[in-house]
Each structure stands twice: as structure tokens, then as C-alpha cells.
Design a protein around this ligand. Structure first.
Ligand SMILES: Cc1cc2nc3c(=O)[nH]c(=O)nc-3n(C[C@H](O)[C@H](O)[C@H](O)COP(=O)(O)O)c2cc1C
Length: 170
């Protein structure tokens, strides 16, 4: 059976630079679905699970249909966007008692990350939370791709080539 891949985008603008990068990747590997976190109402983690009826759980179930999950995030203050961080925090919901069985379904799935910053520099430490989270959840961390746009808001050739190479692993 074919490996099913989804890209989960968490950016403060749905049609911004991160989306541009993701669209370029999709154009190279058409069989990838996209989920934009802006289309969902997902509250911050709550210790009493007061937001258990928001969009997180149904979205999580949808994501479980995929073998490979790619988080695509702009770099905001050297790290992932708040949208992606909130999604990661909410995974704690499905590690809890009645929903534990769902959290366990992440085991064996692949996780990868794409970042989009303002230039080619990415500081150490960006990938650590994703690597450790994958490890904790029993997922395989496939790796990270950093991207950026040039001064004319175009994807530089080097980024296009990186995306091309990345697509061959999907
Ligand atoms: C709040 C905020 C913080 C940012 N911090 C960084 C940063 O630490 N490093 C960086 O390279 N770019 C930073 N940027 C620039 C964005 O990463 C860059 O413009 C990115 O392409 C935006 O993607 P988007 O259109 O999907 O939001 C920041 C932008 C914003 C709005």
C-alpha cells in the first residue's frame, strides 16, 4: 500500500511564504494532502480538557490516516509557530486515560519538518523539540528542510533544489 503523506501547515497567514514552499513541494509530488491549521479551531492545552470539543480531536483522527506527517512552519523568533506548538501541546490530550489508545496510533509513523525563515540561516536547536517529540511518541523523525524566499519573494534555485531532493524521500 502506498505511503500516505500529509503536510500540516501552521502559519499566521494561510497564503504566505510557508504556503508558497509547500505548494512548490506539492507540485513535485502530487500525492500529498495539506491541512492548514488556520482552518481549525484549536485551543491551547488545558489541564482539565475544557476544550475537548474543539477541532483538535477530529483533526487528530484525520491525521492518523496518514503514514507520514510533515509539519511546515515559518520561523517565528527562532522556533516553530505558535500554531504548530499548540498542535503539539494538544497531542497531550490523546496521551491521557480515555484517549490513550489514539495517541499510541502515532507509533511507527514518520514525522518530518519544513521551516521557512527570512534567510538561509537557521540556528541550532530548531529541530530538537521535533526530534525528541518523535522519539517520545515512538515516531520516526525523517529530518528537516529549511527554506527561505529571496528579496523578490521568489524561491531561490537552491531552495527549489532542496525541495526536489526532499520530495524523493516522500
Ligand atoms: C513574529 C515573527 C518572528 C520572526 N522571527 C524570525 C526568526 O527568528 N528568524 C527568521 O529567519 N525569520 C523570522 N521571521 C520571518 C519569517 O520567518 C519569514 O518571513 C517567513 O517566510 C514567514 O512565513 P509566513 O509567510 O508563512 O508567515 C519572523 C517573522 C515574524 C512575523
Amino acid at each position: 500500500m502506498k505511503n500516505k503523506t500529509v503536510i500540516v501547515i501552521g502559519s499566521s497567514r494561510s497564503n504566505g511564504n510557508t504556503r508558497r514552499v509547500v505548494d512548490q513541494l506539492i507540485s513535485l509530488s502530487s500525492d500529498i494532502d495539506i491541512i492548514d491549521l488556520n482552518s481549525y479551531n484549536i485551543g491551547f492545552y488545558d489541564y482539565d480538557f475544557k476544550n475537548r470539543n474543539d477541532d483538535f480531536f477530529p483533526l487528530f483522527l484525520k491525521i492518523l490516516e496518514y503514514d507520514t506527517i510533515i509539519f511546515a512552519t515559518p520561523i517565528y523568533w527562532y522556533t516553530m509557530s505558535a500554531q504548530i506548538k499548540t498542535f503539539l501541546d494538544r497531542i497531550s490530550d490523546v496521551l491521557h486515560e480515555d484517549k490513550k489508545v489514539f495517541g499510541r496510533k502515532l507509533r511507527g509513523k514518520n514525522l518530518a519538518t519544513i521551516s521557512c525563515g527570512s534567510d538561509n540561516e537557521i540556528f541550532d536547536g530548531f529541530t530538537m523539540p521535533f526530534e525528541q517529540t518523535s522519539n517520545y511518541l515512538g515516531m520516526n523523525y525523517l529530518g528537516h528542510l529549511h527554506t527561505w524566499l529571496d528579496n523578490n519573494s521568489e524561491l531561490p534555485d537552491i531552495v527549489k533544489n532542496k525541495l526536489k531532493e526532499f520530495s524523493t524521500y516522500l
